[in-house]
Design a protein around this ligand. Structure first.
Ligand code: MRU
Length: 367
């Protein structure tokens, strides 16, 4: 792996973002994460179908990154629209919305990104105004994401002490966002502020976001990282090898219930029984203030992710497979949630409504 390749992947200038918009010619460029860490390959998407496929097959993944990619998918749909009819354009956007929103059901950021573009498209009168403004918004969302992560990093790094050994799960890094990361943003920010820290990254079976992406990003940043099998979490905690856990999130309810990559719940349980603080880092776009627990769909992914490793079959033919991609961590296992507006602590129903500046959630309609 060349230094140049690593630098180009986690840098945060415009050319090197996980997902970015290109004006002339118009396309969306994204790092194909299915090819990492062996090679850096970009995908060029020219329409929302290609964006939808990239989201579905994990070429782009991570809640904030798919939120921005979805928004850019709708912006491509608008840009590609040929008629002068506003109604026709809105109808095309609606159908693109429906295609994109179902690609990954658990991460609420995808719906958040799509809703933001629909709001903008409904605000303008002419086709050209709509096109111009949805593209502007999709681009802005990508720059805002970097700013958001940096702010989250600054708040979160206050929770980190020099000498800390931090465990993280899945990839909540630059590659899961537009750049910098949520959980890894906190780790980056702590390192930038001069704290000496080290990290245990879980492999995160079955798709290996921990080994393929998190270990890769941290090696680049010269942050001391050790990769462990998912099954080693209890051993490390029981042997006092972990000071703190920080993970990202795909959806956080108003009650503080956190949906994140499968395996998060068991890490939170283990952290709780070993008195290890368990932090979640997530932007406000990851909060779903409208839905209750029973409305949330846990994505089930292909059995191939479980029966194969790197294309090689490792399970007998005929075995039944269950492959849920996310799980639910209840609020009583979460020490604090780090957001771009500050750190929020239990009781979550109160602190979450405070951070959104609301007295109650009944009229809130962000989803
Ligand atoms: O299936 P993935 O790779 O999209 O899952 C990603 C995660 O679960 C991340 O922890 C989450 O999206 C937060 S990313 C900042």
């Amino acid at each position: 792996m060349s230094k140049e390749l690593l630098v180009s992947i986690v840098g945060d200038n415009n050319n090197l973002m996980t997902v970015s918009w290109n004006d002339v010619p118009v396309y969306v460029k994204m790092i194909d994460q299915t090819k990492l860490p062996e090679s850096l390959e970009y995908l060029i998407c020219k329409n929302h179908y290609e964006i939808g496929e990239a989201i579905r097959n994990l070429s782009i993944r991570g809640a904030p990154a798919i939120g921005v990619a979805g928004a850019m998918g709708l912006a491509l749909c608008a840009n590609n629209h040929a008629s002068d009819s506003k109604n026709q354009l809105l109808s095309d956007l609606n159908s693109a919305y429906n295609t994109l929103v179902e690609t990954r059901p658990t991460a609420v950021n995808l719906k958040w990104g799509l809703d933001k573009i629909m709001e903008v498209s409904n605000r303008y009168e002419t086709v050209s105004e709509i096109k111009e403004n949805v593209i502007k918004m999709a681009k802005k969302m990508s720059y805002d994401d970097i700013e958001t992560n940096k702010n989250m990093g600054k708040f979160g790094s206050k929770l980190i002490d020099t000498g800390d050994v931090i465990m993280t799960h899945c990839n909540a890094g630059a590659l899961a966002t537009v750049a910098y990361g949520t959980a890894l943003g906190v780790i980056r920010s702590a390192k930038e502020s001069g704290k000496k820290i080290s990290v245990f990254a879980t492999e995160t079976r079955p798709v290996m976001q921990g080994s393929r992406l998190t270990a890769f990003e941290l090696v680049h940043d010269e942050i001391d990282v050790s990769l462990i099998p998912d099954t080693a979490v209890g051993y490390l905690m029981n042997n006092k090898m972990v000071d703190k856990v920080i993970v990202g999130a795909d959806r956080i309810l108003k009650t503080g219930h956190v949906f994140n990559k499968i395996g998060t719940y068991q890490i939170a349980l283990l952290a709780n029984s070993h008195n290890i603080p368990f932090y979640v880092a997530a932007p406000l776009s990851t909060f779903d203030l409208k839905n209750n627990l029973d409305a949330i769909v846990i994505e089930e992914r292909s059995v191939d992710e479980v029966v194969q490793i790197a294309g090689k079959r490792i399970a007998p033919k005929g075995v039944r497979i269950f492959n849920p991609a996310f799980d639910l961590t209840p609020p009583d296992l979460i020490t604090s949630i780090i957001t771009e507006k500050g750190i929020i602590s239990p009781p979550y129903e109160k602190s979450i409504s405070d951070v959104f500046g609301m007295d109650d959630f009944s009229n809130f309609n962000n989803q």
